[in-house]
Ligand binder design. Structure first.
Ligand SMILES: [Zn+2]
Length: 464
């Protein structure tokens, strides 16, 4: 489907309110330029994409060498100059950048040729336990990100004029007065508090969504799951106006995709990225593989020996180099995310590299007695064993031992405990002892996300 959205044509037809809403997007010019490029580049051949990446990489490395003290040092220590790295395959000459490196060297990672006013300080979450701070280019990084996001959402027909319900990590000020949502972007987006969704308040949420008539729901998968489970349990029909659920910022597990597809009766579209803006990959019109944007960053999957893994089905840590952030370059940044390489090409015609799936954060693996790592991705929380469980969370602080915290529904009995233990043994094997513990409540993270596994053991790439 080679649809070309004529943004200029569209803006000229749009009403003044829409244009005003768009001006909320900082640096509209940056947005427009990037978006226009992506309209063309997504259909480029593999050779054209490779040539683009090599040029962008050279520009980045020249700049980092000239203007970024940290990278000047890295090059010098290795006796290298930017010309030694001609293409992404040569990136292995440079070291990884870990979160710790980023934290320790942040002042030296700021490009000296930008004024102070160009830097926007950003911090990102503790989902890996290591909060990290870095810089965006003020007014530019976010606009560019929008161009990529819009290009992805175009694949499921998203338009700026569409009404959209947003179920991400928001806390709404008025929630204290019993109003759990607020409108933004000239009334087109309805932000709903993810912190107040309970059995008591969900009927009001559902009623509000119905009246709002959204065309899309943007959601953290874990938040959409809370709504979906309630709707299924109470036999509530799908919202007739909703065309797709746009899922991001958290891993979308297969059981969640099935649940959301069933309850909302529409396409569940997922993308993978990070706040550091080093990697962005999304599904397309025709498949659920993640298409990596080569214009956004260079992605390597690194195996346990520190070398890139090759071939469909190979698993490794995502190491990514941002091609768009020049104020604070992140080169070979270790994301701590684990992903699996996809097949060579997709039927949609884009020649982007593909990820088959994202297994999640390194911290989302369970460690068996023998030290092996097991992904929690295949566990089916929709199976019968979870029927009488309101909420749960896995917790590991000892090798081979897993604590399953459970909030029971009234019908829960001893039989459910046996069933749950058996189900987990079946999924995780004999290398993990499961202990069920009853609790009254499971808190969400400060960012409003929900974590299915709290992993206290340190996990590193070498364990994969
Ligand atoms: Zn595709």
């Amino acid at each position: 489907m080679h649809t070309k959205t004529g943004l200029h044509r569209w803006v000229s037809r749009a009403n003044p309110l829409t244009v005003k809403a768009l001006s909320l997007v900082p640096s509209y010019h940056t947005y427009r330029q990037m978006y226009a490029l992506l309209q063309r580049s997504q259909w480029w051949s593999r050779e054209e994409l490779a040539a683009y990446q090599s040029r962008a990489l050279s520009r980045l490395l020249d700049h980092a060498y000239e203007n970024v003290p940290y990278y000047r040092r890295v090059f010098r220590e290795r006796g290298l100059v930017p010309e030694d790295i001609q293409s992404p395959e040569d990136l292995g000459l440079l070291p990884f950048l870990t979160r710790e490196d980023l934290q320790t060297n942040l002042p030296d990672l700021k490009a000296r040729n930008y004024p102070d006013s160009a830097f926007e300080y950003v911090t990102t979450g503790g989902s890996t336990g290591i909060p990290v701070g870095f810089y965006y280019e003020k007014g530019v990084s976010r606009a560019r990100e929008w161009a990529f996001m819009k290009t992805q959402w175009d694949r499921v027909g998203y338009r700026f004029t569409d009404r959209c319900v947003v179920l991400r990590g928001y806390t709404i000020e008025s929630a204290r007065d019993g109003v759990y949502w607020k409108k933004t972007l000239c009334g087109r987006w309805l932000l709903m508090s993810s912190h107040h969704m309970t059995e008591e308040t969900l009927p009001a949420y559902i009623d509000r969504i119905k009246r709002f008539k959204p065309r899309f729901i943007q959601a953290y998968p874990s938040v959409a799951t809370i709504l979906a489970r309630y709707m299924r349990e109470h036999g509530i029909e799908p919202f007739p106006t909703v065309k797709a659920i746009l899922c991001g910022s958290e891993n979308l597990y297969p059981w969640q995709r099935d649940l959301l597809t069933e309850v909302f009766g529409c396409r569940v579209f997922s993308w993978y990225g990070n706040s550091e803006q080093t990697v962005l990959a999304g599904e397309c019109e025709e498949s659920t593989h993640y298409h990596i944007f080569p214009e956004y960053g260079i992605v390597e999957l690194i195996g346990r020996n520190g070398q890139p893994v090759q071939g469909t089905g190979a698993m490794g840590e995502v190491v990514a180099t941002s091609l768009t952030n020049f104020v604070c370059p992140l080169i070979r940044y270790r994301t701590m995310d684990v992903a699996v390489l996809g097949k060579d090409s997709c039927t949609c015609g884009r020649q982007y590299p593909l990820l088959d799936k994202v297994e999640g954060r390194l911290q989302e693996f369970i460690v068996t007695r023998s030290g092996h790592l097991i992904s929690v991705t295949p566990i089916n929380y929709e199976s019968e064993a979870f029927e009488n469980i309101r909420q749960f969370q896995m917790y590991q602080e000892e090798v081979g031992e897993l604590i399953m915290k459970v909030v029971r529904k009234p019908a829960y009995t001893e039989k459910d405990t046996r069933q749950l233990t058996a189900e987990l043994r079946c999924q995780l094997g004999d290398g993990v002892n499961v202990h069920v513990r009853f609790v009254d409540e499971i808190p969400r993270t400060q960012g409003g996300k929900f974590r299915y596994l709290i992993q206290k053991l340190p996990i590193s790439l070498g364990d994969l």
